[in-house]
Design a protein around this ligand. Structure first.
Ligand code: ADP
Ligand code: MG
Length: 213
């Protein structure tokens, strides 16, 4: 039924997300060039290639394991602070209990909420600081509000919230990462990390929409 994703579906979804991140390498790099050092596209593409390699080579016996394998591949290949922060999403989804061969909207939403908490602890940023959290936190709120809906409805709400979050970052002064050195000059530019998170959530939505049509 429409309300569970199997191991194979989660694998296919992550492979699809990775494809899109690889395609968007230049676009994300360009966004990071304005207020950062221009390496965000390359970083995410590196993580995406590592996810594809891992998922194509390894067997997975639970949905949790698929997310965990992806998170670890991303963290190890990207390295540094951004590797830790961006892999937090998949690592948190990999920690959902119990280990199961499918995942429902409620568990998925809990995993994303946990990721928001982990990223706040690891990076010390909050909403409005012009980081990935400005896309991920509103998306997680939308998911929790739609816990009892279908994946398509919940992810439709989440991707709209994340896109609005990216738009909002244009009005924020950066407080973390390299962009903080620009201070007020970071105004008017969207945050690269928030942009890639919104892309990931949007591609999750595009995937489930195709899968359950
Ligand atoms: P780097 O900053 O090392 O060049 P990237 O360019 O890959 O790494 O990533 C930059 C993104 O990381 C920013 O756009 C922002 O969204 C995110 N980021 C930076 N610092 C933090 C933080 N403390 N908490 C959460 N996200 C952060
Ligand atoms: Mg950068």
């Amino acid at each position: 039924m429409c309300n569970q994703l199997t191991i194979q579906q989660v694998k296919d979804m992550l492979l699809h997300i990775a494809d899109v991140l690889i395609q968007k390498e230049d676009e994300l790099g360009e966004i990071d060039r304005h207020i950062g050092d221009g390496d965000h596209g390359t970083g995410m593409a590196t993580g995406a290639r590592a996810i594809q390699k891992e998922l194509k080579e390894q067997e997975s016996t639970s949905v949790n394991q698929v997310f965990r394998q992806s998170g670890i591949a991303m963290m190890e290949s990207m390295g540094g602070a951004s590797g830790v922060l961006f892999s937090s999403l998949f690592l948190a989804l990999g920690k959902i209990e119990p280990e199961a061969p499918e995942i429902d909207v409620a568990s998925f939403s809990d995993g994303v909420s946990q990721a928001v908490k982990d990223i706040k602890i690891r990076g010390r940023a909050g909403l409005g600081d012009k980081t990935m959290l400005d896309a991920l936190e509103p998306a997680s709120v939308a998911l929790i509000e739609n816990k009892n809906s279908t994946f398509v409805e919940a992810l439709a709400a989440a991707k709209s919230a994340a896109q609005q979050g990216v738009e909002n970052t244009k009005g924020y002064v950066a407080k973390f990462g390299r962009a903080k050195f620009l201070g007020e000059r970071s105004l008017g530019y969207q945050d690269p990390g928030a942009t890639s998170i919104a892309m990931i959530i949007n591609e999750m939505y595009q995937f489930v929409k195709e899968e359950f049509k």
